[in-house]
Design a protein around this ligand. Structure first.
Ligand SMILES: Cc1cc2nc3c(=O)[nH]c(=O)nc-3n(C[C@H](O)[C@H](O)[C@H](O)COP(=O)(O)O)c2cc1C
Length: 328
């Protein structure tokens, strides 16, 4: 029988159990995205929780123009390395693994936060409720700008490995830039980055290939996929399964499943594992371990989902945000 405390592998990294703390923005860094003592304290407390084998830290901006919120964590330049090293060391001291979530906000990066015009696949205001980003259309990216963002992911991944994170997660969910490319609601391009699914995932493939070339074959890469949008004309469960196949074929070590333009909540659903239709369908289709997050409140909830074979790992977010000693 599969148990929550089974030792699990993500690539070559051993994780002590199946429960993962998913990324949650704390916005407790300083104005320039440097880690503060408060941030370290927050993560250390959660790393002490014996149920948690891996913490994927909050979405961390890889370039100023992709910053989404004030006080967000940054990995955008080498000056951030010492602070992030302290953070990683504090989590490792508790025998817990840690991945960095790398993000570029795209049209969800407001002008007043970044000081520049937001970049996006197309000049479309986000369909999220509440609105993310500005209420004016972003700039449609030139191909050179796409290549620059790919390079920013590479540089951030290089820093993450140097800092000592056990792996990285590429953020392609919750209406941020890579999700904007993946969703037809926000990607209206008529070049090779828009149109069919292969094209809408072209930037993902470019990021994954370039990052892999940088970090080498043994460093775990997770993708957080906002699989479906739950909106008319947006991505559906079938798109999520097809996207997972394409991403898996790029050689990733973990697929973390959540919502796209609907973000991390699913209207009308509050049951434990409310994205389990997606995780179950994807798990049946690809070989990559699958992380399911959303609505899990107790260890029993998590065990039930594992017993139902709908995921390899279970994410517990808000309960841990509210209480570092969750289920202790
Ligand atoms: C305050 C808050 C901040 C979040 N920040 C992020 C983030 O930085 N990156 C991300 O991928 N998801 C983020 N999420 C989504 C969570 O990772 C998770 O998917 C969501 O909370 C649903 O899981 P839960 O029901 O266990 O809380 C955030 C959620 C909350 C509540």
């Amino acid at each position: 029988m599969n148990r929550l405390k089974d030792t699990m592998k993500i690539g070559n990294v051993e994780v002590n159990g199946r429960i993962i703390m998913p990324p949650m923005g704390t916005y407790k860094c300083d104005a320039d995205g440097f880690v503060t003592d408060e941030v370290i304290e927050y993560y250390k407390k959660r790393a002490k929780n014996p149920h948690i084998g891996l913490i994927i830290t909050e979405h961390t901006y890889i370039a100023q123009r992709g910053k989404a919120k004030a006080n967000q964590m940054s990995i955008a330049d080498d000056s951030k390395i010492p602070g992030l090293k302290k953070l990683v060391a504090a989590i490792h001291e508790e025998d817990t693994k840690v991945f960095a979530q790398l993000n570029f906000g795209g049209s969800a990066s407001p002008r007043e936060v970044t000081g520049s015009e937001p970049l996006a696949p197309s000049a479309v205001i986000l369909p999220t409720t509440p609105l993310m980003g500005d209420n004016i259309p972003p700039k449609e990216m030139e191909k050179e700008e796409i290549a620059e963002v790919v390079q920013k992911f590479v540089e951030a991944a290089r820093r993450a490995k140097k800092i000592g994170y056990d792996g990285i997660e590429i953020h392609s969910a919750h209406a941020y830039l890579l999700n904007q490319f993946y969703s037809s609601l926000t990607n209206k391009r008529i070049d090779e980055y828009g149109g069919n699914l292969e094209n809408r995932l072209r930037i993902h493939k470019e990021v994954l290939r370039a990052v892999r070339a940088e970090v080498g074959p043994d460093y775990p890469i997770s993708v957080r996929l906002g699989g479906y949008d739950e909106m008319e004309g947006g991505n559906t469960l079938a798109d999520a399964v097809a996207a997972a196949k394409i991403l898996a074929s790029e050689g990733i070590e973990l697929l973390s499943l959540t919502g796209g333009m609907c973000r991390y909540i699913r209207k009308g659903h509050n049951e434990p594992g409310y994205f389990s239709d997606m995780s179950e369908a994807i798990r049946k289709t690809v070989d990559v371990p699958v992380l399911l997050t959303g609505g899990v409140k107790t260890l029993e909830d998590a065990q039930k989902l594992i017993d139902e074979d709908v995921a390899d790992f279970i994410g517990v977010g808000r309960p841990l945000l509210a209480n570092a000693d969750w289920m202790m």
